[in-house]
Write a protein that binds this ligand. Structure first.
Ligand code: GLV
Ligand code: GLV
Length: 329
């Protein structure tokens, strides 16, 4: 029998066709609706491999639903939606899609920073809604980006790629990370700072840290309070790293001057959410890695990883590095 792969969201025919050469493929056939839990559970019971989205909760129930599951390939670099501990115990390989999305995500992150700083979205709406009365000296005046200080929280590969862009804008670069990055300090002139120091000194605070028990709710009311009143907060990692109520209060009280958000505590965020009523918030629907080129590369990497595991090889981008295939009898 050919191995069975279940994909939790509709993918392009070309991708499915390639997989069908070697495997039986099932797919949740909707682009905009996540797979319901019950369907996922039924499919997980018979699947040898799952290709999943960051919006799917791959918990113990899913991972232990069947006896055949050998690999979960998540179409994202982040894997906070997956119970990796249980996967390790069950001998299931967990794969993500790092590297191929680094520059694309850094482009979006920097774009979000620029949009928030220069009020690009607000300004574009003024023109399209017919509210542009005349050129005027302080019309939609934003904040400079060049020569300002950027503070990057989470200096992984994406953080580094954002720092490269910041260097091109002649910004001062601070960063905070669990471990210091001497190469980044040398090559880009980035300066390591404690979290408190970074928060207090930066004009742009850019959050790129993965969501873990340690980083959950890292940005509290107190943290926003320590920022400059002119500071702009950018989040392109995961929503739950931020206390969203605290962010709203800080913005509404003028304790910080703006925010650019690609991620939210609950996605999709409700259009009535107080944050979205503020003119100084630029909000995007979690599209950090969403270029056609990169999403295609991410899908290909998921396929390669699934193939590798099902053929008894080590996948290219394994999350649980200690994984060894279990011989199941
Ligand atoms: C997107 O947020 C990802 O983790 O790839
Ligand atoms: C963001 O998702 C990161 O991994 O830095």
């Amino acid at each position: 029998m050919r191995p069975y792969i279940y994909i939790t969201r509709k993918l392009p025919d070309s991708v499915i066709k390639e997989m069908q050469q070697k495997f039986d493929v099932g797919m949740w056939d909707h682009e905009d609706v996540p797979v319901p839990k019950e369907v996922l559970l039924l499919e997980a019971r018979k699947a040898d491999a799952l290709m999943t989205m960051l919006s799917d909760a791959i918990n113990e129930t899913v991972l232990t639903a069947g006896k055949n599951l050998k690999v979960v390939a998540n179409l994202a670099v982040g894997f906070d939606n997956i119970d990796v501990k249980t996967a390790c115990r069950e001998g299931i390989a967990i794969c993500n899609t790092p590297d191929v999305l680094t520059d694309t995500t850094a482009d979006l992150t920097f774009g979000l920073l620029m949009a928030a700083a220069r009020r690009i979205v607000e300004a574009a709406e003024v023109v399209k809604e017919g509210n542009w009365k005349s050129w005027s000296p302080l019309l939609l005046a934003g904040h400079d980006i060049h020569h300002k200080t950027i503070g990057i929280v989470g200096m992984g590969k994406i953080g580094e790629a954002v720092a490269k862009r910041a260097k091109g804008f002649e910004m001062n670069i601070l960063y905070h990370n669990r471990t210091r990055k001497p190469e980044v300090e040398q090559q880009l002139g980035a300066v390591y700072a404690s979290f408190e120091e970074l928060v207090g000194k930066s004009d742009y605070i850019v959050c790129l840290t993965p969501l873990t028990e340690e980083t959950k709710n890292m940005f509290t009311r107190e943290v926003f309070n320590q920022m400059k009143r002119s500071a702009i907060f950018i989040n392109a990692s995961r929503g739950p790293v931020v206390d969203e109520q605290a962010l709203y209060e800080a913005l509404a009280a003028g304790e910080i001057s703006g925010a650019g958000l690609d991620v939210f505590e609950k996605e999709p965020i409700n259009a009535n959410h107080p944050l979205l009523q503020l003119p100084n918030v630029v909000a995007l629907p979690h599209i950090g890695s969403s270029s056609v080129e990169t999403r295609t590369a991410m899908m290909q990497l998921c396929i390669d990883n699934i193939e590798a595991v099902l053929e008894g090889n080590k996948p290219k981008t394994l999350v649980n590095k200690e994984w060894k295939p279990l011989v199941r009898v």
